[in-house]
Ligand binder design. Structure first.
Ligand SMILES: Cc1cc2nc3c(=O)[nH]c(=O)nc-3n(C[C@H](O)[C@H](O)[C@H](O)COP(=O)(O)O)c2cc1C
Length: 156
């Protein structure tokens, strides 16, 4: 099975989980980059506003074609109860290219169910598996015991 892990990360949490997944299974990995700056307080405010309004953005070109993979694992931070704007954009732009998908999200404490529902809707695909990881579980490393079963299930 050929797998690709795709993620966006504004402050590093989602990148950490994506890299941990990629260490556990043979796969390619692709970080999504936005053409808009999202740094600082202005970036934070803009990101929350745009996510809440379900706006899309313009992404920088990517390196991997999702159509080349049996499985694409897509990871996002949760913004205002929604997927991050760059990931919503990626899902919409590639919806006809996905074979199977799985989703993961990192977040402070709320919005996981709604985010997964939105990701499903944006790409029109039912995920094989979903994984939610709170920022505190990344900090204290307890996320590792959630990542292992997730990888086992998607690789089955
Ligand atoms: C604009 C914005 C909105 C956020 N909204 C939520 C939210 O609705 N629920 C939540 O639990 N965490 C929320 N967070 C926290 C992030 O989801 C969390 O810190 C995440 O792990 C960040 O991932 P990253 O480091 O990969 O960017 C928000 C963060 C930002 C920047």
């Amino acid at each position: 099975m050929k797998a690709l892990v795709v993620f966006y990360s504004r402050t590093g949490n989602t990148r950490e989980v994506a890299q941990a997944i990629a260490r556990e299974m043979p796969c390619d990995i692709e970080e999504i980059y936005d053409t808009q700056s999202r740094s600082g307080i202005i970036g934070w405010l803009k990101s929350g506003y745009q996510a809440n309004r379900q706006k899309l953005t313009v992404l920088k070109p990517t390196n991997h074609d999702p159509a080349d993979y049996d499985l694409v694992i897509i990871g996002t931070p949760i913004w205002a109860g929604f997927p991050a704007v760059p990931i919503s954009t990626y899902l919409v732009e590639n919806k006809d290219k996905f074979n199977r998908v799985a989703f993961f999200a990192t977040y402070g404490g709320s919005g996981f169910k709604k985010t997964v529902q939105k990701m499903r809707q944006l790409c029109g695909k039912e995920p094989l598996e979903t994984l939610g990881i709170k920022a505190e579980e990344i900090k204290d490393k307890t996320c590792e015991c959630k990542i292992d079963p997730f990888v086992r299930d998607v690789a089955d």
